[in-house]
Ligand binder design. Structure first.
Ligand code: UTP
Length: 477
């Protein structure tokens, strides 16, 4: 028996070889090569152990357990930009200075499969119905272009690292190539893949097969970012390019402010090693993760993990005490990544998600498309490292939801976080910039302002006094 086969048999996975003798030689080789590749990153016994630990973890951390000692972040770690424009200007300057020196890079997480949205293409290619038909990727690229235009030294290019996964890589890269990188220099964009993990049966005892020659696998979750940075040696690339600060965001937020100078400046001015953006929780019972502290350490706590009393508690200003809704938009100091990445990769827990996983049954030789969850996917959560960062080095910036957050999660016909809400949020923001610049906009009219023209409302003075009385207008550079 080959070493690889033995490794899996010893791990109790002989079901994978049920049809071995009837497989053509070429398929036997393919199965072995696929298994070898999986076991080269983590031994099968370790993977099964990870799954058992994740099952136990989910049982001890069930939603009926109310976490104790959860508190809002202290004022030394928490600041709001709402109604705080003087701070905004100060931070903007500091952030722009770092960008101007070529010290800032952007990481995009675009490895998710967008199951709820149900599009066959990667989410970033999605057309949210803007008059221009621009996709999320194009909008993001144009924000970078405008930001670069605002830098005095016009030669600075902001490196953009795009994390993809097996299911999204080829289509994402081809999409950027087809559109000539939307006007950016192809050399400033680096695609890198996150890892994948095999799926398990509901008991976490056996790997599920996708077909006779491969296991069913899926991306390792947004927390897979850290291992992906490590495996792809991005820290070395950061050093080579002189990058000191990283802005990380999710592909599905049409309002994400690429390389946001204000956020970067906030972290630099306070000496934070890791910072997060948050929006104000809409009401006490909005079901969102909250950025808070647990046992005096930074954390993200799920809504279900806190008591009603704590969820509803207010401060002296009458605002919810726990109001920092997590939007998965982070700042990382590169020195922190260099110091802690290895231990994060080693120690981050896995979480289970019970899913309907199409599978091949090697015992019967049949394929199943389940209607009920039949298996477990493992994933890591990006915020599971927060508690390793000292509170004094952890910051959270509260930003205005209408200016910064409108995620595309669900397909058409859903109530919220869909293409329609993304489209409206994007058009409403651009229209509000125009109004602030003195344009006259008829009630109910929405104008599309290209981000190549304006990053955050600046540069629109030319439209002062201009009347906009119909929908569908696109203001391009
Ligand atoms: P979500 O957790 O909302 O997942 O991702 P998703 O894939 O977009 O959608 P569903 O849950 O399948 O419907 C939030 C962000 O994290 C990225 C996504 O691409 C998105 O930018 N992500 C998620 C990854 O990069 N890798 C993953 O394994 C999971």
């Amino acid at each position: 028996m080959t070493d690889t086969k033995q490794l899996f048999v010893d791990a109790g996975q002989s079901q994978l070889f049920q049809n071995w003798d009837s497989l053509p030689r070429k398929d036997q080789e393919e199965l072995l090569s696929n298994l070898k590749q999986i076991s080269s990153t983590r031994a099968p016994t370790r993977l099964l152990e990870d799954c058992q630990n994740a099952i136990k973890f989910s049982q001890t951390n069930s939603s009926s357990d109310i976490a104790v000692d959860v508190k809002p972040l202290p004022s030394t770690s928490y600041e709001s930009l709402i109604g705080n424009s003087s701070k905004e200007n100060e931070y903007w300057q500091a952030g722009m200075e770092a960008i101007g020196k070529g010290e800032v890079a952007v990481i995009l997480m675009a490895g998710g499969q967008g199951t709820r949205l149900g599009s066959s293409q990667p989410k970033g290619c999605y057309d949210i119905g803007l008059p221009s038909k621009k996709s999320l990727f194009q909008i993001q690229a144009e924000k970078l272009i405008r930001l670069q235009d605002m830098i005095e030294d016009k030669k600075v290019e902001i490196p953009w690292y795009i994390m993809t996964s097996g299911p999204t890589r080829a289509a994402t890269e081809a999409y950027f190539q087809k559109h000539d990188y939307f006007g950016l220099n192809g050399g400033q964009i680096t695609f890198f893949n996150q890892g994948a993990l095999p799926a398990f049966d509901l008991n976490g005892e056996h790997f599920l097969m996708k077909d006779p020659v491969s296991l069913s696998q899926s991306p390792d979750g947004n927390g897979g970012l850290y291992r992906a940075i490590k495996e792809n040696r991005l820290n070395e690339d950061f050093d080579r390019r002189g990058i000191k600060h990283v802005y990380m965001y999710c592909v599905d937020n049409v309002l994400s402010k690429m390389a946001d100078p204000v956020f970067i400046g906030f972290a630099i001015k306070h000496g934070f090693e890791l910072a997060t953006k948050a929006v104000r929780k809409r009401d006490a019972h909005e079901s969102v993760g909250l950025i808070a502290t647990k046992n005096n350490k930074p954390c993200v706590i799920e809504y279900s993990e806190i008591s009603n009393e704590l969820a509803e508690a207010k401060d002296e200003e009458g605002l919810l005490k726990l109001r920092a809704a997590n939007i998965v938009n982070h700042y990382y100091l590169v020195d922190l990544l260099k110091r802690d990445l290895d231990q994060w990769c080693e120690n981050m827990p896995y979480h289970i998600a019970k899913k309907k996983i199409p599978a091949y049954n090697s015992l019967t030789g049949k394929y199943t498309k389940p209607t009920e969850p039949n298996g477990i996917k493992l994933e890591q959560f990006i915020f599971d490292v927060f508690d390793t960062v000292p509170l004094s080095k952890f910051g959270c910036l509260e930003v205005d939801r209408s200016k910064e957050f409108s995620p595309l999660k669900n397909g058409s016909g859903s109530k919220n976080d869909n293409a329609e809400t993304s489209r409206l949020a994007y058009l409403s923001l651009g229209t509000s910039w125009l109004k602030n610049a003195g344009a006259v906009i008829k009630d109910g009219v929405l104008v599309e302002v290209s981000n190549k023209l304006s990053y955050a409302g600046e540069n629109l003075g030319q439209f002062k006094g201009q009347i906009f009385d119909k929908n569908g207008i696109i203001l391009e550079k």
